[in-house]
Design a protein around this ligand. Structure first.
Ligand SMILES: Cc1cc2nc3c(=O)[nH]c(=O)nc-3n(C[C@H](O)[C@H](O)[C@H](O)COP(=O)(O)O)c2cc1C
Length: 356
């Protein structure tokens, strides 16, 4: 039956997902100086698995102590204590029949010196975002252009974090290449003004992502997943198309297809919006270039939008609706009338009160 697509299984490498739904990665800013999220934030993830989501993503986890951090209260997974804190959470998610994926990122020019232990802000080029930091309402600092040494140091942070995730039992990791953070800054014509082999052509701007993927893939066992996330929008670059053109985007997707990745996750503001002046949405433009499993996210909030989004992708990820409604999967199964939540409503993610 066509309408059962949402609840049909999907095979991704050696995993069979029980359905096509997942909790999108969502930062909660709940960690104290130990870099470990609050207990209720862990329990929130387990409850979404219990409700029936097939994939549970963590919030974006920082990749190093030097310059990665962009928000207060972010988590890391490089000390034994941090790794041990995630172990029971991962186990419980798996016991509920879901897979657990750790997302990792470096904020690059969107890092925030005040909360960054080393107080540095590094990026492909010395170009600051034009928008203000949404949390402080003040301008971002002009970043230091990354040297070759910085590049290899930052890549080691991704590798160490992936090792931590594997040690904690995660089924896989996702490298966050979206939303205008460091990898996205290298990919984008808008923030990458380098004239060395990391800047200029699409292939050159892709080089940093390639090096991160290659290095991380070496520490991911064959029976775990390596995923990547991309987007054409950035948190501090809201009015900008981060990819210069459809050709630039599709070339990047075809380069990603040659990498040892198991799935591509595409983040949009609105999954069905036509992109790059074409009549096709981001999922369709991605699908044209790759046979890899494809995840889509953005504005999916009820059964109709979930089904519609699955016309062009294999899996839907849901952010705000799964943040604010712990029964969302059951509600979709029952085809209940479901509201669309706003970003303002989602800001509750950052308060100390536990979410249901
Ligand atoms: C509170 C909150 C935190 C988020 N944190 C992250 C994050 O850590 N990593 C990420 O890739 N996206 C993050 N996002 C974006 C979501 O993953 C998702 O792409 C976005 O909310 C659009 O999906 P939706 O319309 O279903 O909410 C966050 C969104 C929200 C609402």
């Amino acid at each position: 039956m066509e309408s059962d697509k949402i609840f049909s299984p999907f095979k991704i490498k050696n995993f069979t997902l029980k359905n096509r739904t997942g909790v999108a990665p969502m930062t909660r800013m709940s960690a104290s100086t130990d870099g470990i999220p609050r207990q209720d934030v862990f329990e929130f993830l387990v409850r979404r698995a219990k409700n029936g989501a097939a994939i549970i993503y963590t919030e974006a986890i920082l990749t190093d102590y030097e310059s990665a951090q962009g928000y207060p209260g972010q988590a890391r997974i490089v000390t034994q204590k941090q790794i041990d804190a995630w172990k029971p959470v991962v186990r419980k998610i798996q016991q509920e029949g879901a897979i657990a994926i750790l997302q990792m990122f470096h904020c690059g020019r969107m890092s925030w010196p005040e909360v960054n232990p080393a107080g540095r802000t590094v990026a492909p080029s010395g170009i600051a975002p034009t928008q203000d930091n949404p949390l402080t309402q003040s301008p971002y600092p002009v970043p230091e252009m990354m040297s070759r040494f910085d590049i290899s140091h930052v890549i080691s942070g991704f590798v160490e974090t992936a090792r931590g995730a594997i040690e904690a039992g995660f089924d896989g990791v996702e490298i966050h290449g979206a939303h205008g953070y460091l990898i996205s800054q290298f990919l984008s014509w808008y923030s990458n003004g380098r004239d060395d082999e990391y800047g200029g052509s699409t292939e050159n701007r892709f080089r940093f992502f390639h090096e991160v993927i290659q290095a991380v893939s070496k520490v991911i066992p064959k029976n775990r997943l390596l995923m990547v996330r991309v987007s054409n929008w950035g948190i501090a670059d809201m009015d900008v198309s981060l990819f210069e053109s459809k050709e630039d985007y599709q070339k990047t997707i075809s380069l990603l297809s040659l990498e040892p990745v198991d799935a591509i996750s595409v983040s949009t503001y609105e999954y069905n919006q036509p992109a790059f002046g074409t009549d096709r949405n981001m999922a369709r433009l991605t699908r044209e270039m790759t046979d890899l499993p494809l995840l889509i996210c953005g504005g999916i909030h009820d059964r109709a939008s979930a089904e519609n989004a699955l016309d062009d992708a294999d899996i839907i990820l849901v952010g705000k609706s799964l943040l604010l409604n712990p029964d969302w999967i059951d509600d979709v199964r029952a085809d209940r009338d479901l509201k669309r939540y706003t970003s303002e409503e989602a800001a509750v993610a950052y308060t100390p009160e536990p979410l249901p």
